[in-house]
Write a protein that binds this ligand. Structure first.
Ligand SMILES: [Zn+2]
Length: 87
């Protein structure tokens, strides 16, 4: 069983180790606590959707892709979810 002191000491060791690492592209140093890389890049989804719409084809993406796009472009995410039947 880990005592509170041992747990706290482990967190401090992890924080100290993270500060010895070069920062990630997002500025965080600890990949364990960084959430910037959990979601797929939405730029490619946006470009693909805009291209398909421009040539008259419906862009159909799965629900996870539509959810990933939501924070960046809610309007497009709602359109894609409706077209894909995910909404
Ligand atoms: Zn980050």
């Amino acid at each position: 069983m880990t005592s509170r002191h041992e747990f706290s000491a482990g967190l401090h060791r992890r924080r100290d180790a993270a500060h010895r690492l070069p920062p990630l592209d997002c500025g965080h140093r600890d990949p364990w606590t960084c959430r910037h890389h959990d979601r797929p890049s939405t730029r490619g989804v946006t470009e693909a959707a805009e291209h398909l719409l421009a040539i008259g084809l419906p862009p159909l993406f799965d629900a996870a892709t539509c959810r990933a796009l939501w924070p960046a472009d809610r309007g497009l995410a709602a359109i894609l979810a409706r077209l894909s039947g995910a909404a």
